[in-house]
Design a protein around this ligand. Structure first.
Ligand code: SIN
Ligand code: CO
Length: 385
């Protein structure tokens, strides 16, 4: 699968469109093939662990229901949509699609969402808080996109936040392989013209409120930031009720001082690698020995579990620090090889081949750690007898 950004380089796209304005990319993918069939999608949507919903209109009123779903017969042949979130957690082929957008780092990625819609189906006009590349699979869909502005939002149903009618700045019919890029805040409405599949590669953002709240949990959990405000330089005050500007500055300084690279990276590394949706993990340790890893890798690559989030920071990878699935790991300082290069290999690539792993195969510390991750299901061999 290869992405063509209307002849633009990824750098040009980032400079001109990313987070700035919508773009229709005609034939972004030549010969695009659906990542799964509608039947396979219906199969996923009947599992409890898979997040799914369907949206339709009943007697003129919008309805939304959450899965798992057993049957669709009651919905008829038109005017409904089925959506499955985090397709990349369940369908390895979704990784091929994400890879095309790797000019945006993975910490910004949310998930791949798939939508199947019957003629007339759509989720209604709305505004998202994310950037998204809506990749049209089979079928045709008409998309209308409005400009940024003070659009009123309202709940068309408790689970559907809609926006009022808008004047389109884009009104297009997407064909298989076409892509619509939308930055946050642009109202949009997609209505399918014939049974249609679309695959949305979505990018998350976190509000300062979410970050501060999660950071407070981290501070409490790890019992950090216990330093008290100190004021040995206190000047005489004539107003007993006042918090003067120098005291306000002191209070702010105490808060700023907590926000050093160590705290922010140790908290956000964990936070940003947490998976929103369930991962397809084994229930118990798989029982690999480190010698098995070295032997198997000659036969086949180790594949990173779909949806697993693995990240590192420029500042701490040299110290062997890596974040995986909400946890911080520090690779042993006794490792003989370059821990930073090993971490980059783990996090920047989705597959560990024998060739890429070869410098590390004799480094017992690193291979033992990798074995633990394989036993946890974070990386796997496709064919295991
Ligand atoms: C859909 O694919 O049905 C909805 C996507 C969106 O507008 O966010
Ligand atoms: Co949307």
């Amino acid at each position: 699968m290869q992405l063509d950004l209307n002849g633009m380089t990824p750098k040009q796209f980032l400079e001109q469109y990313w987070q700035k304005k919508p773009l229709v990319i005609r034939q972004g993918f030549k010969h695009f093939e659906d990542l799964l069939s509608p039947e396979e999608m219906a199969g996923l949507a009947c599992e409890d662990v898979v997040e799914s919903r369907r949206v339709f209109k009943q007697d003129g009123d919008w309805q939304a229901e959450f899965g798992p779903f057993e049957s669709y017969e009651e919905l008829g042949e038109t005017d409904w949509t089925l959506i499955v979130q985090a397709l990349n957690n369940w369908v390895p082929e979704a990784e091929d699609l994400i890879k095309c957008f790797d000019f945006i780092p993975r910490w910004r990625l949310d998930d791949v969402m798939v939508s199947y819609a019957t003629p007339g189906g759509g989720v209604g006009p709305h505004i998202d808080l994310y950037d998204v590349f809506i990749c049209q699979g089979s079928g045709r869909r008409r998309w209308r996109v409005g400009d940024l502005g003070p659009h009123k939002e309202f709940a068309a149903h408790p689970a559907l936040l809609h926006t009022e009618a808008f004047d389109p700045i884009i009104d297009v019919e997407l064909l298989p392989g076409d892509i619509l890029y939308l930055p946050p805040g642009y109202p949009h409405d997609g209505v399918t013209l014939e049974p249609s599949m679309s695959f949305s590669v979505g990018y998350r953002t976190a509000s300062a409120k979410d970050m501060v709240s999660a950071m407070a949990d981290h501070i409490i959990d790890k019992d950090l930031c216990n330093e008290q405000i100190a004021d040995p330089d206190r000047a005489l005050s004539n107003n007993s009720g006042i918090i003067n500007n120098s005291d306000l500055a002191r209070i702010k300084q105490q808060l700023f001082d907590t926000l050093d690279d160590k705290l922010v990276s140790e908290f956000s590394g964990r936070y940003l690698t947490q998976s929103k949706c369930e991962l397809d993990l084994p229930e118990e340790s798989l029982g690999f020995q480190s010698t098995d890893i070295a032997a198997q890798i000659k036969q086949q690559p180790l594949i990173k579990l779909g949806g697993l989030r693995t990240l590192y920071f420029e500042t701490s990878a040299t110290d062997g620090v890596v974040y995986i699935n909400g946890e911080q790991f520090t690779l042993s300082a006794d490792a003989k090889t370059n821990r930073e290069a090993f971490i980059a290999l783990l996090c920047d690539t989705q597959e560990l081949t024998a060739e890429a792993l070869s410098p590390y195969l004799n480094d017992q510390h690193l291979i033992e750690q990798l074995t633990q991750w394989v036993n946890a299901g974070y990386w796997y061999y496709e064919d295991i007898e």
